[in-house]
Design a protein around this ligand. Structure first.
Ligand SMILES: NC(=O)C1=CN([C@@H]2O[C@H](COP(=O)(O)OP(=O)(O)OC[C@H]3O[C@@H](n4cnc5c(N)ncnc54)[C@H](OP(=O)(O)O)[C@@H]3O)[C@@H](O)[C@H]2O)C=CC1
Ligand SMILES: O=C1CO[C@H](CO)[C@@H](O)[C@@H]1O
Length: 279
C-alpha cells in the first residue's frame, strides 16, 4: 500500500507514477490554476493532471515554476485532444502543450478519447510511440478506452499503453476493464474519483467515514488506492487539496472495501466512450 503522497506505482516501462495527484479540469487559466498547482506542490503533491482541452496548461506551467520544485521531482500529465488526432497533428499538438507548459518533456501523454467515428487513434498512437522514443514523453497511454479499443490499438502497437485513465468512482468501479488492464500491465487511473462531489452524502460512505474519523472524500480516495487505482481528485481550495491527500493514516477493512464495491451501479456522469464524438 502507498505510504505517503510521494509513493509511486511503477509503470510497465519502469517509470514511476505517483498514486495520487491533482486534477485541474474546470480550473481557470491564470491565477486560479497557478494557486491550485502551487498549493498542491507546497503540500507534497508530485503529480498534476491537465489536458490541452482544459486550456490551462500555461497557468499549470507557471504554477510549477513558481513552486520552485525540481522538474525531475514532478510528474506532469497532459492529453491530446480529439481534433488533433492523426500522426502529424499529434506531434504538433504535443509540441504546443510542451510550449504552453514551458517544459521540455511530459511524464505522461494520453490520447484523451478513442473517438470511434474518426478511427484515427492508431495513427495517433504511432505518433505517441515516436514521442516516447524521442524522450519528449516519458510514458504514453490512453484515456476513456474500453477493452475493445485497447484490443484494437494493441494489435498493431509497438508499445503497449502504460496507463488508461477512465471515469472511476464507487458508482462506476469498472471491474472487468480493471481486470483486463491488470492482465496487460496497464495502470488504471481514476478521473472524477469523487463523482464531481455527487457521492459525498452517500450513507454507506458516511458510515465508513465516521468509523475512521475521516471525510467521505478521504474514504473514496483511500478506496481508489486500496483498489490499486491512481487517483487525481480536483479542488481549487487549499484546505481540500490538503485534506484529499490526508489518506495515508488509516486503512479500509475488507468489509469496508466490499461495502464500497457494492455501491457500483455502472453509472457514468461523463459520456460513454463509444458515443463520444466531440472534436
Ligand atoms: N480523461 C478524462 O476524460 C477526464 C479527466 N478528468 C481529470 O480528473 C480530474 C478529477 O475529476 P473532476 O471531474 O475534476 O472531479 P472530482 O471527482 O475530482 O471532483 C471535483 C469536485 O469535487 C469538489 N471537491 C474536491 N474535493 C472535495 C472535498 N474534499 N470535499 C468536498 N468537495 C470536494 C471540487 O470542488 P472545489 O474545487 O470547489 O473544491 C469539485 O467540484 C479532473 O480535474 C481532470 O484532471 C476529469 C474528467 C474527464
Ligand atoms: O477531461 C475531460 C473534461 O473536459 C472535456 C470536455 O471539455 C471532456 O470531454 C474530457 O473528458
Amino acid at each position: 500500500m502507498p505510504k505517503n503522497l510521494q509513493a509511486t506505482t511503477t509503470l510497465h516501462n519502469g517509470v514511476k507514477m505517483p498514486w495520487l495527484g491533482l486534477g485541474v479540469f474546470l480550473v481557470e487559466d491564470g491565477q486560479e490554476v497557478i494557486d491550485s498547482v502551487k498549493a498542491a506542490i507546497k503540500n507534497g503533491y508530485k503529480s498534476i493532471d491537465t489536458a490541452a482541452i482544459y486550456k490551462n496548461e500555461e497557468g499549470v506551467g507557471q504554477g510549477i515554476r513558481e513552486s520552485g520544485i525540481a522538474r525531475e521531482d514532478l510528474f506532469v500529465t497532459s492529453k491530446l485532444w480529439n481534433g488533433d488526432q492523426g500522426y502529424e497533428s499529434t506531434l504538433a499538438a504535443c509540441e504546443t502543450s510542451l510550449k504552453k507548459l514551458g517544459l521540455d518533456y511530459l511524464d505522461l501523454y494520453l490520447i484523451h478519447w478513442p473517438v470511434p467515428s474518426q478511427g484515427k487513434y492508431k495513427d495517433t498512437w504511432r505518433a505517441l510511440e515516436e514521442l516516447y522514443k524521442d524522450g519528449k514523453v516519458k510514458a504514453i497511454g490512453v484515456s476513456n478506452f474500453k477493452e475493445h479499443h485497447l484490443e484494437e490499438l494493441i494489435k498493431d502497437a509497438e508499445v503497449v499503453p502504460m496507463v488508461n485513465q477512465v471515469e472511476f468512482h464507487p458508482n462506476l468501479s469498472q471491474k472487468e476493464l480493471h481486470e483486463y488492464c491488470k492482465k496487460k500491465g496497464i495502470q488504471l487511473e481514476a478521473w472524477s474519483p469523487l463523482k464531481q462531489g455527487q457521492l459525498l452524502d452517500d450513507p454507506t460512505l458516511i458510515k465508513i467515514a465516521e468509523k475512521h474519523g475521516k471525510t467521505t472524500a478521504q474514504v473514496i480516495i483511500r478506496w481508489d488506492l486500496q483498489s490499486e487505482v491512481v487517483t487525481i481528485p480536483k479542488s481549487t481550495k487549499a484546505h481540500r487539496i490538503i485534506a484529499n491527500a490526508d489518506v495515508f493514516d488509516f486503512e479500509l477493512t475488507a468489509e469496508d472495501m466490499d461495502a464500497i464495491n457494492a455501491l457500483n451501479k455502472d453509472e457514468r456522469i461523463g459520456p460513454d466512450p463509444d458515443e463520444f464524438k466531440k472534436v
